[in-house]
Design a protein around this ligand. Structure first.
Ligand code: SAM
Ligand code: SF4
Length: 345
């Protein structure tokens, strides 16, 4: 039976059986992309989701409203695939910014096209942006992404900062034998521009299912590479943030605060116990975890005429099934069939 919601107070938030409450929603706006990062998808791309299976802008906005107004979601991050390819992005952001209580609005992007879109997105209400950048070397960038677009990404970063989407964060994934020596150079670049750099351990979420632990550069290895910077443990509480952060002595960020660098040890230092995320795919499926092997179909429910309360109730049921952890180290671990680009990172 559907829960009865009154007003905008979340009568029953997105809680799971382990006491975690999801307040951070990741919304994938498309599974399409203009890069082909080797750790994400094959050179030939993927069979993209048919348009009719993708949520329309109105459907996306409705589900975000249900999440924010009825289920206690406080942060919404738009991702993909490449979210800047979604034509309705600016309007979706604008609608989300009008919700009460107003959620924090973020975007994870490869940065291509951000030079044009940063200012309109900021004006629409976007608060912050994470730009993925794994190397500053044009040749290695091409090897990693199979496209020659480094200059576009750098322009996008600069315009994001100019538009006030700050602090601008950079997400970097290191791959052994490809860009595993690039950590110090990436940090030098981030410090010079006032961007916040975060490294993410490579996860078994590639469409090709070729991940193997040996090619993954671990959080400890990354920190060892950054030793010359004399990093110091960050005294600020980590909360539910996935990144462990370090202070970089002698440097400040764009806001004059001590500069920080983060490492997300998703595989070797899982943070599942503190996870506060729920995910909505571009085709309207709720996922309780990046590594979930089951999903809940909100699109069919929505298109069959469900009320907001029924949608909220189905979302809650979906989250109650969340497992305690991703279990990558379990012998029984199964990589999800849906790849990262279709889940939304
Ligand atoms: N296209 C956008 C981008 O690249 O920022 C948004 C989607 S992408 C899937 C989101 C983030 O996931 C990026 O920072 C990307 O580097 C990261 N990512 C993709 N595949 C990954 C993998 N197998 N392991 C770890 N991170 C991955
Ligand atoms: Fe595209 Fe992002 Fe995947 Fe790279 S990581 S292929 S930019 S979706």
């Amino acid at each position: 039976m559907a829960v009865d919601y009154r007003g905008s107070s979340p009568v029953a938030p997105l809680a799971d059986r382990f006491g975690r409450v999801a307040t951070d929603l990741r919304v994938s706006l498309t599974d399409r992309c203009n890069l082909r990062c080797t750790y994400c998808m094959p050179a030939e791309g993927l069979a993209w989701q048919p348009r009719e299976q993708q949520l329309t802008d109105d459907e996306v906005i409705r589900l975000i409203r249900v999440a924010v107004e009825m289920l206690g979601v406080k942060q919404v991050r738009f991702t993909g695939g490449e979210p800047l390819l979604r034509r309705g992005l600016v309007d979706i952001v604008q609608s989300a910014a009008r919700l009460e209580p107003r959620p924090q609005l973020m975007l994870t992007t490869n940065g291509i096209g951000l030079d044009r879109l940063a200012a309109p997105l900021r004006a629409a209400g976007l608060d912050r942006v994470n730009v993925s950048l794994d190397t500053l070397d044009a040749e290695r960038f091409h090897k990693l992404t199979r496209r020659d677009r480094l200059a576009d990404v750098l322009r996008g970063l600069a315009q994001a900062a100019a538009a006030g989407l700050t602090p601008v964060k950079i997400n970097a994934v290191l791959i052994r034998g490809l860009n595993d020596g690039d950590a110090p150079e990436l940090l030098r670049f981030a410090l010079a521009h006032g961007y916040q750099l975060r490294f993410i351990e490579q996860m078994p979420l590639d469409a090709q299912h070729q991940w193997d632990r040996k090619s993954m550069v671990t959080a400890d290895e990354i920190l060892a590479d950054l030793e010359p910077y004399g990093l110091r443990a960050d005294p600020a509480p980590r909360g539910t943030a996935p990144a462990e952060t370090w202070l970089v002595p002698g440097h400040v960020d764009a806001a004059g605060q001590p500069a920080r660098v983060g490492v997300i040890g998703s595989v070797t230092k899982p943070f599942c116990g503190d996870c506060d995320r729920t995910r909505l795919t571009a085709d309207g499926q709720v996922r309780d975890c990046l590594f979930a092997t089951t999903e809940s179909d909100l699109r069919s429910l929505l298109r069959s005429g469900a009320t907001d309360s029924e949608l909220a109730s189905a979302w809650q049921t979906a989250m109650r099934g969340k497992r305690a952890g991703h279990g990558i180290d379990d012998p029984s671990f199964l990589q999800p069939t849906r790849p990262m680009s279709a889940i939304g990172g």
